[in-house]
Design a protein around this ligand. Structure first.
Ligand code: PGA
Ligand code: ZN
Length: 424
């Protein structure tokens, strides 16, 4: 990571602000001479058990304003040193003493302050002089799981504009698909509202109906399913796992891992799916490895709760051949430095990565800068509605404009249009 070296921390403060679910969360502000940085901790609903633990917001504010503040005052704004010091100061394996929410807000605020002191946008500060590409968005159209009271079992039905030539074109195409999906639902009188991340919350009878409707919406919007716009799923299967079985409440089915495996393979055969996240529960290593062996050459298989942005868990997964991609959520592990370590480990292991928001978000756009600055290649921030989501897509548009012709080629076609036979 690029360092300013010189800037010294003059102040660290916390305040309580509100997130997209109307819940209190913590914002940290870090001041250096002539510049400051600010960041807000997001919050998940379908959290992995291996995540850094958030604590009560008042408590988190207290720790930032006292212990963390007195510890950081006068220290050089060097990200890795600060993050390692925060980890040591906390002293627990899951950041439960000072709080993962307190630590991630301070860690990100330090990065913003360092970039501001260097008079650079954060993405440029992180990239140094390296050329960068815009990330390919995964955008939710239907929301379910823990984000919609379990109405649908699958948490995210998303699109990836695999045939789009740029970030902005991907957003234009997604806007058309989002509207087409909404129109189909309105026509069938099958719309409850929107789920936590802004995707439609539909009254479908089966999970497969959502796949058929989404494929239909892609066509309605004038695109060829699979060739122009493809489907990505987040099963968030940890939420479905109870007593050794996967429970699909909507369809009143209880499946073994082997049966879920067959169900997902059937979906991949029948629908233009190019990516599946958390197809099995966080502890189900063997099921994940077996699914990767069977489907990993055809689709991207992403570990979210399965890896919790943890370098060690990623290496363990690699050792048994589980997944071929990792979701990167800074608040899942707690610091920017650990998030970067996971991304570096993923690159070394030949895994892809996707920088991701949480279901509880704010106007904070830090993750967009991480996706661009680190050259991660993909970005997931929820749906195409509600300003905590749109703030991030719009920040991407500003960065794309700034990059102009200096951007590396947009990676959508390279990532997703390789050996895809026209199966649909
Ligand atoms: P969460 O969901 O933020 O509620 O954990 C997002 C995801 O599972 O990707
Ligand atoms: Zn997920």
């Amino acid at each position: 990571m690029v360092q300013t070296g010189m800037a010294k921390i003059l102040d660290v403060r916390a305040r309580s602000v509100w997130d997209s679910r109307g819940r209190a969360t913590v914002e940290a502000e870090v001041a250096v001479k002539g510049a400051r940085g600010r960041a807000i901790a997001p919050a998940g609903a379908s959290t992995g058990s291996g995540e850094a633990k958030s604590i009560d917001v008042r408590q988190a504010m207290h720790f930032i304003n006292t212990e963390i503040r007195s510890f950081l005052m006068g220290k050089k704004l060097d990200q890795e040193t600060i993050d390692n010091a925060l980890i040591a100061l906390d002293g627990t394996p899951d950041k439960s003493r000072l709080g993962g929410n307190a630590i991630v807000a301070v860690s990100l605020a330090c990065a913003h302050a360092a970039a501001a002191a260097a008079k650079k946008p954060l993405w440029r500060f992180l990239a140094g002089n390296k050329p960068v590409a815009m990330p390919v968005p995964q955008i939710q159209i239907f929301g379910g799981g823990a984000h919609a009271q379990g109405r649908m079992d699958v948490q995210d039905f998303m699109v990836i504009c695999v045939g789009a030539g740029s970030f902005s074109e991907s957003l234009e195409w997604t806007a058309a698909v989002y509207r087409a999906a909404g129109a189909r639902l309105a026509k069938r009188n099958a719309l409850y509202g929107v789920a936590d991340e802004g995707g439609y919350w539909p009254a479908f009878k089966t999970n497969e109906e959502a796949l058929a409707e989404l494929t239909g919406a892609i066509s309605d919007a004038g695109f060829e399913p699979g060739a122009d716009v493809a489907i990505a799923l987040d099963i968030a299967a940890t939420q479905l796992w109870r007593g050794g079985r996967y429970h699909l409440a909507l369809e009143k089915k209880t499946l073994t891992a082997a049966q879920l495996h067959s169900l997902l393979l059937g979906w991949i055969d029948r629908y233009p799916i190019v990516s599946i996240e958390d197809p099995f529960a966080e502890h189900d290593m063997e099921a994940m490895a077996s699914f990767t062996r069977t489907a990993g050459h055809r689709i991207q298989i992403v570990g979210d709760d399965f890896f919790v942005t943890n370098e060690k868990r990623l290496l363990d997964g690699k050792a048994i051949g589980a997944c071929n991609a990792v979701l990167l959520k800074p608040n899942q592990v707690g610091t920017l430095t650990e998030t970067l370590a996971c991304w570096r480990a993923a690159q070394a292991a030949g895994y892809r990565a996707i920088v991701s928001a949480r279901s509880g978000e704010t106007e904070d756009v830090s993750i967009v800068h991480l996706a661009v600055g680190w050259g991660v290649g993909q970005l997931k921030v929820g749906s195409f509605a509600r300003s905590e989501r749109m703030a991030k897509w719009n920040e991407g548009l500003r960065i794309e404009e700034l990059l102009g012709r200096t951007a590396l080629p947009y990676p959508a076609r390279r990532l997703f249009k390789t050996a895809q036979a026209p199966r649909w």
